[in-house]
Design a protein around this ligand. Sequence first.
Ligand SMILES: [Zn+2]
Length: 340
Amino acid sequence: MFTGIVGNHALCQRLGNDILDNTLPHAMIFEGPRGTGKHTLVRLIAAALVCERKNQASEPLPCRCCLSCRKILEGKSPDLITLGTDGRVTIGVDTVRFLREDVSIVPNDSDKKIYVIEDADKMTVQAQNALLLTLEEPPSYIHFFLLCENAGFLLETIRSRAPVLRTEPIPTEQIDRYLCEQDKRAAQMKLSDPKGYAELLTSARFGIGQALDYLEPKIFAPVRQKRGLAADFVCAAIKEEGASVILPLLSRFSSKRDLLREQLLTVSDAMRDLILLKKSDDAPLTFYSDREEAIDLCDRVSIQFLYHLNDALRCAIEENTKNANVRLTLIKMAIAAELI
Ligand SMILES: [Zn+2]
């Protein structure tokens, strides 16, 4: 049976059977909000497809130990190819042309070649049309996994060729139970650092495998740091604390482009929670572990303010991928959001 994701027992059972029977559809769409484990899930499916022990009933699927599994899970397999916006707003026809040529090259390591298209709902109409023919009759060793937040942005012709699987955030109680069963450090942390443990559970919506990794303090510390900075920034922005607070906060962001991107994406996760809370107090949160605190922040501002700040943030994330000056990008964001 397919393992590694929490919940969705029936889905796991079906995926496992399809992988073992060699009947997994050649193209699948995974739809769900950012942070609901789409990447983790497709990586596990990819590992299961190539796992050298997949027919040994006593082993979990994927086994995570054989060379093929490890190469996929560590992102080192040449047969797992990830495509996406590459820092642009949309995925254009050039990306799909590359893919169409590349599919005819046989796999390197195993008998499967897997393409993951991130942000597939950002493919232009031309790109989607160009993809259609390949989706229809790919070579037998090919699998396409299209990840998106909203499959509604994909053409009907694409959706009719690939089943849509929806990923939802995993309920916190379920992650808590799973972690405590799997690793004794979870129960220890729950006692000694309840606030940190609550944060870890919320972060775990990004994938249960990652949550287990986070039990290692060295791995979780930088994550907590990013979350702390994002929380401070959003709080100061909402409370309109002005330049004297915002400018020193901006200097806490990294001057390294890659790290800055991660930091800004973490701020974007916080914003997403607040925007969702404007619509419903029960919205599933992927950033705030304290719902009351998030609702309190949310009540201080209008949804227009949140959208405005979010737009400035998106521009900054985009500008950061170009060769823009990192400091200037942050200042421009603060000015655009009218924070200073
Ligand atoms: Zn394996």
